[in-house]
Design a protein around this ligand. Structure first.
Ligand SMILES: [Zn+2]
Length: 263
């Protein structure tokens, strides 16, 4: 099977490297399609892929990675190794939105046990004491064996995505951008800029910003959205912006249909 790098994976070399790592996880390949990665992982586990025979000497799994899914394997020599952790509970500093800085607090959040770039295992946690405004805090620090660094801001965003049920990995679904010709175009762009600097800004917080920018109709629409469709005070600005984009798209579609009817 051809991987994302568009070359046939050298399974024999990958299997030797894995055996030499003596139980540590090693990278096999990354695939655009998750199903391809899962098929390769199965082939390693059941010995369909010759380099990993006899079956049971290696163990492999597919994990979400940038650009698709990555297969990682470890050499078991047929023995039962401790199960790989699915999640990590980490203490991270939260500085809040940069505007209106109010200091730092350490929050405990749940994240994937895997690197969000390559799908490899994240490093072991260690307590890390730091000082801020004369006060000592303890956060967790870790170094991923793959070399990809996890910034605390990205870790908080990942934890938030998990809570909201977004698919994990770095992609965040539809891009927020004003609909060309839409009545809410400027409003959506304004919200998108807020979301870019603080991913979980609430809908409530952007309403006064919209009013100040002269986008009263959008402010009213977001107020209605919070009341009718949102989850109360937790309604995110992101979901409100998606709603405004939807309204604009529907309005433009309706306008196009009406024009089409005129003979
Ligand atoms: Zn990585």
């Amino acid at each position: 099977m051809t991987s994302l790098t568009d070359r046939v994976t050298d399974y024999q070399a990958a299997a030797w490297a894995c055996e030499a790592a003596a139980g540590a996880e090693t990278f096999v390949a990354v695939y655009a399609a998750h199903t391809s990665a899962e098929s390769v992982a199965r082939g390693i586990n059941n010995g369909r892929i010759r380099a990993y025979r006899p079956a049971g000497r290696f163990e492999a799994r597919a994990f979400p990675a940038e650009g698709g899914a990555a297969v990682w394997s470890r050499f078991t020599a047929g023995e039962a190794l401790p199960a790989l952790p699915e999640t990590l509970t980490v203490r991270v500093p939260n500085y809040g939105p940069q505007k209106g800085y109010e200091g730092v607090r350490v929050v405990t959040v749940e994240i994937s046990a895997r690197c969000q770039v390559c799908g490899g295992p994240r490093g072991e946690l260690r307590p890390d004491t730091f000082r801020r405004d004369g006060v000592s805090h303890v956060r967790d620090a870790w170094d991923n064996p793959c070399g990809h660094a996890d910034e605390y801001k990205a870790v908080l965003a990942e934890a938030r995505r998990r809570q909201e049920g977004y698919p994990t990995g770095r992609s965040r679904g539809p891009v927020l951008a004003g609909v060309e010709g839409g009545a809410y175009r400027a409003a959506v762009d304004l919200i998108a800029a807020e979301v870019a600097s603080w991913p979980w800004v609430t809908a409530l917080r952007v309403i006064p910003l919209l009013e100040k920018a002269g986008e009263q109709a959008a402010a009213d629409a977001v107020t209605r959205f919070r009341a009718e469709h949102g989850s109360g005070s937790n309604t995110s600005a992101r979901s409100a912006a998606l709603y405004l984009m939807h309204c604009d798209e529907e309005a433009l579609k309706a306008a196009a249909t009406t024009t089409g009817d005129v003979k």
